[in-house]
Design a protein around this ligand. Structure first.
Ligand SMILES: [Zn+2]
Length: 188
């Protein structure tokens, strides 16, 4: 299945409910299975207060690059992209929150630099995507999302080398423009 077309179709059609909650590991990550990611998503969504379910694709840097180009006009790869459901304005009563695409390649890279496992990094990136689907935006909120993310990482027993990570993110964002992206909600 061509997942980028799948996401494009879902976003354009607004028909999303039928496949919501799907996890696809297109690239293998040591210690992760689709079932493990599903269980983590459930915990992370509850912790973040995200009501709708999310689809997660773990794939290559090439696919992230293609999605980043199609949806954000940035022809470069990135660690995680979030695609909020166009119908989830308030998040209330909605069963589908959106899609998250994660690069297994960038996750492995981040993990090696930060000293934890690629599986933990994929979970960290999934949590980051969930917070975006919940409406947080660290680019405009004066640290609100970062504080929430730190609390949730602790609650979900994920590594939190915050200072190192912040410095790393700064380095990366200088190099790449922005470290990751969120597709802004489309206006109805
Ligand atoms: Zn982000």
């Amino acid at each position: 299945m061509d997942f980028s077309r799948f996401i494009l179709w879902r976003i354009q059609s607004g028909i999303s409910q039928s496949r919501a909650g799907l996890v696809i590991l297109q690239k293998k990550v040591a210690g992760l299975t689709e079932a493990i990611v599903e269980r983590f998503l459930l915990r992370a969504r509850r912790a973040a207060g995200l009501r709708g379910v999310a689809n997660v694709l773990v794939t290559s840097s090439a696919v992230l690059r293609s999605l980043n180009r199609q949806f954000r006009g940035k022809d470069k790869t990135t660690d995680v992209l979030s695609f909020p459901s166009p119908t989830s304005k308030s998040g209330r009563g909605n069963k589908f929150a959106g899609d998250i695409a994660i690069s297994a390649d960038v996750a492995a890279d981040n993990a090696a630099r930060l000293g934890h496992s690629p599986a933990e990094e994929v979970k960290i990136l999934a949590l980051h995507g969930i917070l975006h689907l919940a409406g947080f935006d660290h680019e405009r909120d004066n640290g609100k999302m970062a504080r929430k993310e730190a609390r949730l990482r602790h609650a979900l027993k994920l590594p939190s080398v915050l200072t190192e990570r912040a410095q790393f993110a700064k380095k990366i964002s200088r190099r790449r423009g922005t470290s990751h992206g969120m597709l802004m909600r489309r206006k109805a």
